[in-house]
Design a protein around this ligand. Structure first.
Ligand SMILES: [Zn+2]
Length: 451
């Protein structure tokens, strides 16, 4: 088996930074110690750099401009080595059929290891398939409490029923938490009054209606005895609800995304349709509260919600789809905005982007850490590299980035997955299909252990 030593780097875990070498044998990490003896097939010098566990991005949508083959390519350029994709079963589609189709396609084309969440759009006909989906390695299922007009919303009856099925089967629920009927009314009222849809956007999806849906979903999950994960938390009011529920011992996990940490509604006003996302970008107060929540342990994970759609800034705002490309810029933005600007320690960054997502989805310590026996998924990160983000240099198929021209400090310069160097000095060498499907076991860790 090939032996690689990564030497002279600062190896980061959730509990500290150590100047040690890393010996990789075959697909796994064999030793993490100072001054390892020579005798490897290859030595990689990480002087001046951080050695991080490969980032897990547990919130990606491989069905828009970047598919199951393309999304991992843009991801690995951002230091991400494991993905958990949403497999959306639209009305009329079977849930199991959808999960199997995503798995087969990913196994044939993905350069990164990946797992799946089920996306339940029509719970009345799909939720009964959840126990079988769990037996096939998919343990987390998402429903929408919003997008009523799009026909995606789950009502409380079916939400309660699905939480019950998940609770009994030992799975984990995820919800897009915004009160969909209330926000649809507010949007209709704004249209009827002739309001500018961009100026009025955040007002039609107010933070308190996100917080209300978070509260309702957590209450129902508690009744069902089902752990629940809230993706893309965007508002302080929602965080307050989560903190309170956790104080009561509820098993609830919270995720935020780089866009909510680094952009506000002012950016929407400038970039217009390109930054139409749900929940919406809010004010600086919410943005700062998310950084505080991330540092204090109320927010457990950062994930990208990568969903690049074909749109131009001046497209019809109301008709335009929600979503933006995010996966490649996520680690640099969180490093720059968090560690470089003193809002987050490097150890906490590794917790929220590597260890915690691995623990929540039952992939730890195989993924998310650099311990002997772990998969050799690692990123060499140059903390001094200065770059300007531009659409021309990103690898997504999206013709835009939300961060055009933004200067960030810190860049991944080498990414390894299971002992294979996938990316080095900007050069990608990976065979489509070398990624593996990962079965998850979500919601088993006590949220108190993630702080
Ligand atoms: Zn999403």
């Amino acid at each position: 088996m090939e032996r690689i030593i990564v030497r002279n780097g600062r190896v980061v875990s959730g509990s500290g930074v150590r100047e040690v070498d890393v010996l990789v044998v075959g697909e796994t990490i064999a030793r993490v110690e100072a001054a390892l003896p020579r005798g490897a097939d290859r030595e990689i010098d990480a002087s001046g750099c951080l050695v991080l566990p490969g980032v897990l991005d547990v919130h990606t949508h491989p069905v828009y401009l970047d598919d199951l083959a393309a999304l991992p390519v843009t991801a690995v350029h951002g230091g991400v080595t494991t993905l958990i994709h949403y497999a959306y079963a639209k009305p009329g589609q079977g849930l199991l059929d959808t999960l199997r189709r995503f798995r087969d396609e990913g196994e044939g084309s993905s350069i990164l290891d990946f797992a799946l969440h089920g996306g339940v759009f029509d719970p009345a006909s799909q939720s009964s398939e959840i126990p079988q989906g769990m037996a096939e390695g998919v343990s987390s299922y998402k429903m929408f409490m919003t997008y009523a007009k799009l026909g995606w919303m789950t009502d409380d009856y079916q939400l309660m029923r699905t939480l019950d099925i998940l609770g009994r089967a030992g799975g984990m629920a995820m919800v897009h938490a915004e009160n969909g009927l209330a926000t649809d009314y507010l949007e209709d009222r704004a249209s009827a009054e002739g309001a500018d849809p961009i100026q009025g956007f955040v007002g039609t999806r107010p933070a308190i209606l996100e917080a209300e849906a978070v509260h309702r979903a957590m209450a129902m999950a508690q009744v069902a005895g089902c752990p629940i994960y809230i993706p893309h938390v965007s508002a302080q009011l929602a965080l307050d609800e989560i903190r309170e529920a956790r104080d009561k011992g509820f098993r609830v996990y919270a995720e935020t995304c780089p866009q909510y940490l680094t952009l506000t509604n002012d950016d929407l006003l400038r970039q217009k349709t390109l930054l139409k996302i749900g929940p919406p970008l809010r004010g600086a107060g919410d943005r700062d509260a998310l950084w505080d929540g991330l540092a204090a342990g109320t927010v457990d994970t950062v994930a990208s919600d990568h969903a690049p759609k074909a749109k131009r800034p001046d497209d019809d705002f109301l008709a335009a789809p929600y979503g933006s490309p995010q996966v490649e810029t996520m680690l640099p933005l969180v490093y720059d905005g968090g560690v470089e600007q003193g809002r987050l320690t490097i150890e906490r960054l590794v917790r929220v982007m590597c260890e915690n997502p691995a623990k929540i989805f039952g992939l730890y310590p195989k993924k998310g850490t650099l311990l002997p026996g772990s998969d050799a998924d690692l990123v060499i990160f140059d903390p001094k590299a200065k770059r300007r983000i531009s659409n021309a240099s990103q690898h997504s198929n999206a013709p835009y980035t939300a961060y055009q021209g933004r200067e960030v400090v810190g860049a991944p310069i080498l990414c390894m997955q299971r002992g294979r160097v996938l990316l080095e000095a900007g050069h990608l060498s990976a065979r489509p299909g070398c990624g593996r499907f990962l079965a998850t076991a979500a919601g088993r860790v006590d949220p108190a252990a993630l702080r």
